[in-house]
Design a protein around this ligand. Structure first.
Ligand code: DC
Length: 227
């Protein structure tokens, strides 16, 4: 079974993906880490992260095991990753690796921005995870201050808005829910509740034809909070 999880930054999609992978005993790939690793390489090597050709070369040889995940999770690398991710050649260089991961025998869980639309449009279940931007900023602020970064909640909120806008407006594989994605709002739910809801959704939708899911998405999008 392939489970595709897309959504906004700090919506809880990463935690959900990890926990779903453990629940269904499937391998998991956080695809955001790939873009973060390319950005971190560019920063470390003094390469301009808007340089499409050079960054695509880095992407073609990216090896996640060479990075310290804590370093990749920092705010500076995240902002650079969003810019690197807008480069078409970088996305093309990372495509095959992600697709192979999705199509391995037995299936996989992948989370990112374009899993349901580009990497695994054939996924058995597609979830779109979002929360209000204020709640996401609160979560991201807590995470970053916990890592010892000197940030303010207001600054994090502004950065998130900027990142959302860039991720959603880029030409190549913009962040958006697949037509048949099931929309989950985590603003008011904790990780345990989110996991329980996701499992219920997956059990209901796995192996079912698409139209039922499409209806669910329309209803959910109509309820999407502003921001
Ligand atoms: O999920 P994240 O915050 O770790 O992602 C870092 C950046 O990478 C984010 O700004 C969007 C981008 N990204 C992407 O464009 N496509 C993906 N599949 C995953 C992440």
């Amino acid at each position: 079974m392939i489970i595709a999880i897309d959504g906004t930054t700090s919506s809880g999609k990463g935690t959900l993906a990890k926990r779903l992978a453990a629940h269904y005993k499937l391998p998991h790939l956080d695809t955001g880490l790939l873009y973060r690793a390319v950005a971190a390489s560019a920063i470390n090597k003094g390469i301009d992260f808007k340089d499409e050709r050079e960054c695509a070369l880095l992407a073609a040889h990216v090896e996640l095991s060479e990075f310290d995940e804590r370093e990749l999770r920092g705010a500076g690398v995240g902002a650079a990753a969003s810019i690197v991710a807008s480069l078409g050649a970088v996305r093309r260089a990372l495509f095959e690796l992600q697709r192979k991961f999705a199509r391995q025998e037995g299936g996989a869980v992948l989370d990112g921005r374009d899993i349901g639309t580009v990497i695994a449009p054939d996924a058995d279940v597609k979830l779109w995870v979002d929360a209000s931007v204020e709640e996401r900023a609160r979560r991201r602020f807590a995470e970053l201050s916990g890592m010892g970064e000197a940030v303010t909640e207001r600054g994090v909120l502004e950065q998130l808005k900027e990142r959302d806008a860039r991720d959603a407006s880029r030409k190549d594989a913009p962040m958006k829910p697949a037509d048949d994605a099931i929309w989950m709002d985590t603003t008011l739910t904790n990780p345990d509740e989110t996991l329980a809801r996701a499992i219920a959704i997956i059990e209901e939708h796995r192996g079912k034809p698409q139209p039922a899911a499409k209806k669910a998405v329309k209803k959910a999008v109509a309820k999407k909070p502003k921001g």
